[in-house]
Write a protein that binds this ligand. Sequence first.
Ligand code: GLY
Length: 276
Amino acid sequence: MADPDAAEGTKMVSRIAIVRGVPDSFCDALSMTPPPQPVDLERARLQHAVYVDVLKDLVQEVIELPADNKYPDCPFIEDTAVVIGNRALITHPGAASRQGEEEAIREALKQLRIHISEVEPPGLIDGGDVLYASGMLFAGNSSRTNVAGIESLQKAFPDVRVHTIRVGEGLHLKSAISSISPKILAVEDSPAAIAMFDEIQQKTDGHFKMVKTLGPGAANTVLVGDAVICSATLGLGSLKLEAHYKQHARHVIPVDISEFHKVDGGLTCLSLLIER
Ligand code: GLY
């Protein structure tokens, strides 16, 4: 069978990112523990603008959807859909206050002529629980994503093997594990994250290498082609984290998203990447 990672390196990929603005209500976004400092709305908007500018350098097009004050968490657009190539599953987010955010995203994906699937009740799934790496899907069974949601994911992508991974701690699977190259995963240096990585390895016959990061959230990175966007705020701090990832990625771009971390948001949460 052809190696999907080798094919990835040679084919021409067109990339679009969809982002969603920061609403006036953003200070009311959900968080598992109240932040030590309140969210600074203006700072959040500036940080979001920098993140969008970074994406503009990496993809052909960035589609900017307007914020909706009804949904304080709406900048975390990743949770509303899972997209692979020309197919998407529109999610049914696990938090009641977030259900409905996906409407605007469904419309945007239809405009891009992406084939849409829907989650079947009683399915719940957040995109932050879904990691696509090396042609496989890993779905975190978490407080936001249930077994029925994962079954809908498998139905939406019948040609892709979906592995269920138990999220023992934290919000989402990708809060603690993400890709920094097709076969290397950034993994938070915590027992819960290492347990999730071990489960991934067990289910894939040890397919991946691991790069450990220090501190909650620092392992949440966005991989765009051969560039890795990492948090300038967390864990090792900007310079050390950049040096750490540079051993494995050609371009490393630290971005400060401190205001989003305060409400459990990471870098992946802030965009929906379409590669086809
Ligand atoms: N604040 C991000 C989330 O709870 O979904």
